[in-house]
Design a protein around this ligand. Structure first.
Ligand code: ZN
Length: 217
């Protein structure tokens, strides 16, 4: 609960801001929408200014808002609108600004045909359920050489580690079983992905290269 004076002050401020915006040429939002947008904008700006990291220890505190953008829209080849979760369609410029501006926004890119999530921006470490599903279909087993553990019982691993700048995207996620996940993260084994073919190759600790599914010896 807010003290009544603070609540009243916020109310007055939101009303004044909404009245001002409602007078702008081309503004189509209702007063309720304008008030909500002004409030959300201030709140997220304050969170960003305070340096709150949505992946940090305070992640339970910062609201995470998802902006979903169809891939073709982002490339300028479709007019399908972006969507702000819990709000509705928003224009692409607004979506771009939101996604680029504040740490509390999560940008989600979707596949043009299937609507499947294909990329989540850098601020989201957690892999969304449909992206996990896509990775498990693409790789039916753990990707460690010769391992046949079904990907359904594997972790979804950031191939390039999050701490090293890896993104939560279809190109950077692979299934790794509980036994091989630490092998990749904590030893000299390296996993590489050909950006053109998508083929995965491993580098062994002795510097040799091997496929994820090597031929039987
Ligand atoms: Zn494995």
């Amino acid at each position: 609960m807010l003290p009544a004076t603070a609540a009243h002050g916020i109310e007055q401020h939101l009303d004044a801001a909404a009245t001002h915006l409602a007078g702008v040429d081309g503004e189509t939002r209702t007063r309720a929408q304008l008030r909500a947008d002004v409030f959300t904008g201030h709140y997220l700006h304050a969170a960003a200014t305070a340096g709150l990291d949505p992946q940090g220890p305070l992640r339970g505190v910062v609201p995470t808002v998802r902006v979903t953008i169809p891939a073709l829209t982002l490339l300028g080849r479709s007019d399908e609108p972006a969507t702000l979760d819990g709000y509705g369609p928003i224009d692409l410029d607004t979506a771009r600004d939101l996604a680029a501006g504040a740490p509390a926004w999560v940008r989600v890119l979707t596949h043009p045909v299937t609507g499947t999530v294909i990329d989540v921006d850098r601020h989201a470490y957690k892999v969304p359920a449909d992206l996990k599903r896509l990775i498990r279909i693409r790789y039916p087993t753990c990707v460690f050489p010769g391992c046949g553990r079904p990907s359904d019982s594997c972790d979804i691993d950031h191939r390039i580690r999050w701490a090293d700048g890896g993104t939560t995207s279809a190109d950077n996620l692979t299934p790794a079983c509980p036994r091989h996940h630490p092998v990749k993260d904590e030893t000299q084994w390296g996993l590489h992905r050909d950006p053109d073919t998508g083929d995965l190759t491993w580098t062994t600790p002795t510097g040799h290269h091997t496929d994820t599914d090597p031929p039987p010896f």
